[in-house]
Structures are given as C-alpha cells and as structure tokens.
Design a binder for this molecule. Structure first.
Ligand SMILES: NC(=O)C1=CN([C@@H]2O[C@H](COP(=O)(O)OP(=O)(O)OC[C@H]3O[C@@H](n4cnc5c(N)ncnc54)[C@H](O)[C@@H]3O)[C@@H](O)[C@H]2O)[C@H](O)CC1
Ligand SMILES: [K+]
Length: 493
C-alpha cells in the first residue's frame, strides 16, 4: 500500500530514488512534467485561447516550466508568468528549465496576467516547499491566479499553491482554488482533508515511477488505499463452497418509519455475497422487509449472537435500546460487529460501553457522529485522525471516518485514506449500504482489517459506477445495484 509521506520527506524519497536508479533530480522533474502532460493529453481538451502557466522559483516552478515546454511542443499555445523577481534565487533545476524554454513562448511577470486572455491556468507557483506564513507577495500572486476563477479551469501542480502539505487550514483565503490538483507520487496529506475540498477540486494521482517500497522505508502511519491493494485481500471461493462459507449475518436495524435503512443494509449484504442474512426488527414492520427483500429472514426478539458470523448494529435503529440490553449484547457476543448510525449515538450517550465492544469491530461514524462520539466538534481532520487513531489503538477497534477519501483508522495504528468514491455519494442511505457491505465481508470470514479495507473500497467504487450512470440523481439503491459491477471491475468472482 502506498505510504503517504510528509512534505519534508519528499526530498529524502527523491534522493533515495535518484541514487538507486542513478538518475538526476532534473530527470525526475522531467518525469513529473511528462506524467502531467500525458494526463493532459488523455483529457481531449479543446481550448480556444492560450494556457497561462504560473511558475515559482522552487522545483514546483521547475515542473511548470518543463510542462510549458512539453505542452508547447505538443502544439498548445502557452504563456509563462514568472512569480519571481531577478533577486529571487531559482532552484538549479528550475533555472535549467527556464533556459530550456523555447524562444517562442512568451515569458512575463505575474503582475501582467490578464484573466480574460486565457482558457485555462496551470498553477505551478508553490508545492511542498511552502514554509510558514505566506509572504505578502505570495498572497498577491495567489489572488492573481484566483482572479481566473469562473473563467476556466485551474490545474494545480502537486498542491494548490498556498496549501501546506501536512497541515489543516481553517482559513483558505490565500490558497489557489484549483479545479484539479495533479499530485506526484503520493497524495499529500492535506489534499485528503474535507476542510480543503473547495481548494483541491478533483484529485489526480500521477505516477512518476517511484515504487511503493521506496515510500515504505520512510517513517509514517498514513496510507492511500488503491484498487491494487484490495484485490489480494479478497477470499476466493470454489465449486464446492456452500452458503455457510459465505457467512450468516445478523443486521439489527430499523424502526417504524426507518425500515429503509434496514432494507438497504440487507440488500447490500446480499449483493456483497452473504449466504444468509437475518434482520432483527420490530415485528410490526415485518411485511415491509419480506416484500422488499424476500431473500432475508426476520427475527423479532433478541437472538443468540453465537448463531452468526458477524453482526451489524445501528441503521435506522433509534435510541430506545436500554444500556443494560446493549451491555449484555456486547459481553455475550464474540463475533466482530459493525456499528453505525444509532448504534454510534447510543455509544455516545453511554461511552462506558465502548470497552465492552468485541475487539476488531468496525465503527463507521460520519463527521457529525464522530463529533458526538468523541465529545467535541472537530473542524480539523488532522485532529480527527489523531483522536481516532489513539481510540483504535486503545480499544483494538477499527474506525471509518466517512466522507470523501474516508479515513480508516485501524486497530494496528495505521490510518488509511480511501481513493475510491464520488461526490454523488452524498445522499441518504449510502451509510446503511456501507454497513451491509462491511458485515457481509466479516461474515464471509475476512479478517476485520481485510473486511474494512475491501468494504470501504467497494462502497466507493460502486458509488463511482452508479455515479457515472446517474450523476447527481444517484440514490443509495443505485449504489447497491452497482456492487456486482464493483466485483467485476476487480475481477473477483
Ligand atoms: N517526488 C516528487 O514529488 C517530485 C516533486 N517535485 C516538485 O518539487 C516540488 C517541491 O519543490 P521545492 O523546491 O522543495 O519547493 P517549492 O517549489 O514547493 O517551494 C519553494 C519556493 O517556495 C517559496 N516559499 C516557501 N515558503 C514560502 C512562504 N511562506 N511564502 C512565500 N514563498 C514561500 C520559496 O522561497 C521557494 O521559492 C514539489 O511540490 C513538486 O512540484 C520535483 O519535480 C521532483 C519530483
Ligand atoms: K502548485
């Protein structure tokens, strides 16, 4: 899995890679620029006017100059805007790339940029080298780049200029507001924080040939989960597999008026492959389930948890369950649980129960539930993952902090950011679907860590598939119906 490094570690990573392959930093910069231009070529852009490229004095600016040269070679009309004065010291590779720029490309000071004359902007002003508070001139440059907002797309190279690579910003005013951020080697941590979504835009990871193993040698506990990581975590079944192998799961969910949550979780568990799904629901609501999900069975009284391989608790459940019932359920249950929604709200009201949750269980709060559970309203994702990580280590639990690039805090101390998903998943019931997917994988005998990684990835991938068909019209049921395609996309039968 790809380790997310700090901005400070990028130089060490690059140096190690250069030494191992015997390549120079200039060649690595050229690779970065090539990866950007290859992505660009795949987008079939048709711009009427020129592309403006803002370049800083550091290596981020050097990337921009190499990109300018390569785009121009490909027939694209580019103008370079320098964000440095004669007294600013250029990094050696940036200086080389400035000299390599073909004479035909106009090079002007950033102060002369007129937003009406361009179709697109490339922001190559500041990358991971940003340190401390922005200097006044840098703020003016960022404002100049943002004067293009509403006139066309802004493509930020590595990071939106002004965004530090590893911190959470509460005020995003002096940051470039990118439409796309094209980041090299690994997503910088700050690109994955919800509070930065408005400046990061769409995130694209560009491979510049540094293998995952080179990242692994450097310290850090944050990782980025991709398709290649989840494929080997799947269990394979064979001709003689029977429905017992696919697991018996219980979903304790629903109340009058909230049976939809139970239906979505049950359908998701079945579509993910569960052999047998039982719903524990109020008896008065049984017809809804038996008609909507005929494959599922229902029980109406507390059951013996030993009859199940995994149990989900919470979707649409309400908070009327007594602390005594919940406490005895936790202590008598030995299989891993998925706890969501009202299950989490019950824990927030009775935190003394947390220590009784079976080890390895998966808790799936969205940001609001997270704040309720941890007793403070968090605005910084950096604080959330720190608190979540400590919680998971202390209680040997796994936590999915849901949202774009859901952060998965594992019981072993790793924090893993998911790469799959789409903005169209922000719709009611999608969390219930995740509970169903997770409990299904647990029931199929996946370890809690494999279940949570596979589950969160498939959920996002099914969201992408449904989102590409339905866009903003997507509903949670569409996501359930896309689960089979998410298995096909990973070649898992
Ligand atoms: N493996 C990779 O990811 C590669 C990344 N590359 C690119 O290199 C940059 C990092 O380059 P570096 O020279 O270290 O720093 P920057 O260009 O980001 O910034 C230096 C620049 O910023 C100025 N500066 C610093 N702090 C401030 C401040 N507070 N206010 C104003 N200005 C500030 C400083 O004066 C310098 O001018 C990385 O992001 C990638 O884009 C390479 O291409 C190789 C592979
Ligand atoms: K940038």
């Amino acid at each position: 899995m790809l380790k997310i490094l700090s901005g400070n570690q990028v130089k060490i990573l690059d140096l190690n890679h250069q030494q191992e392959l015997g390549i120079s930093s200039l060649e690595l910069m050229e690779k970065s620029a090539h990866s950007f231009v290859e992505w660009w070529a795949g987008q079939s852009f048709q711009f009427e006017k020129a592309v403006a490229i803002f370049v800083g004095s550091g290596n981020n600016g050097g990337d921009g100059l190499a990109i300018a040269r390569l785009l121009s070679k490909g027939g694209i009309n580019v103008n370079v805007f320098t964000c440095f004065d004669s007294e600013d010291k250029l990094s050696p590779d940036t200086s080389t790339n400035l000299n390599l720029l073909p004479a035909g490309i106009p090079v002007e000071s950033w102060t002369l940029f007129d937003s009406s004359r361009y179709s697109a902007v490339i922001d190559s002003f500041l990358g991971v080298g940003l340190r401390g508070e922005l200097r006044p001139k840098a703020i003016s440059i960022i404002e100049k780049i943002n004067s293009f907002l509403g006139k066309g797309p802004i493509y930020s190279v590595d990071l939106p200029s002004g965004l530090p690579s590893d911190e959470s910003l509460s005020n995003l005013t002096p940051v470039v507001s990118a439409s796309f951020t094209l980041t090299f080697s690994f997503p910088k941590l700050s690109l994955l924080f919800p509070e930065h979504a408005s400046v990061v835009g769409e995130l694209v990871l560009l491979d510049i040939g540094i293998p995952d193993e080179s990242h692994e040698r450097l310290e850090g506990e944050n990782y980025y989960l991709q398709k290649k990581d989840v494929i080997p975590l799947h269990r394979r079944f064979h001709r003689f597999s029977h429905k017992g192998d696919f697991g018996k799961v219980l979903i304790w969910a629903g109340q009058k008026g909230k049976m939809g949550a139970a239906i979505l979780a049950a359908k998701a568990a079945l579509r993910t492959g569960s052999g047998l799904v039982t719903l524990q629901i109020p008896e008065s609501e049984r017809q809804i389930i038996q008609i909507a999900v005929p494959e599922a069975m229902c029980v109406f009284d507390p059951v013996d948890s030993h009859d199940f391989d995994a149990i989900a608790l919470g979707p649409g459940l309400g908070q009327k369950i007594s602390v005594e019932v919940l406490s005895s359920f936790f202590t008598s249950t030995h299989c891993p649980l998925v706890i969501d929604a009202d299950g989490l709200n019950l824990l927030a009201s009775h935190p003394e129960l947390i220590a009784k949750i079976p080890k390895g269980s998966i808790l799936t709060p969205h940001l609001g539930e997270f704040s309720r559970l941890f007793g403070t309203t968090y605005s910084s994702h950096l604080d959330r993952i720190k608190v979540g990580r400590e919680f998971c280590l202390k209680y040997e639990l796994n936590l999915v902090i849901k949202g774009a690039n859901s952060a998965i805090c594992l019981a072993d101390g790793r924090v893993i950011f998911n790469s799959s998903g789409t903005k169209h998943m922000a719709t009611g019931g999608v969390g219930d679907v995740l509970s169903g997917i997770l409990v299904s994988f647990l029931g199929q005998g996946y370890s809690p860590i494999s279940a949570v990684l596979c589950g969160v990835y498939h959920h996002g991938l099914a969201g992408e598939i449904a989102g590409s068909d339905y866009g903003r019209s997507m509903i949670a049921t569409d996501l359930v119906e896309a689960i089979p395609e998410s298995f096909l996309a990973l070649d898992i039968d």
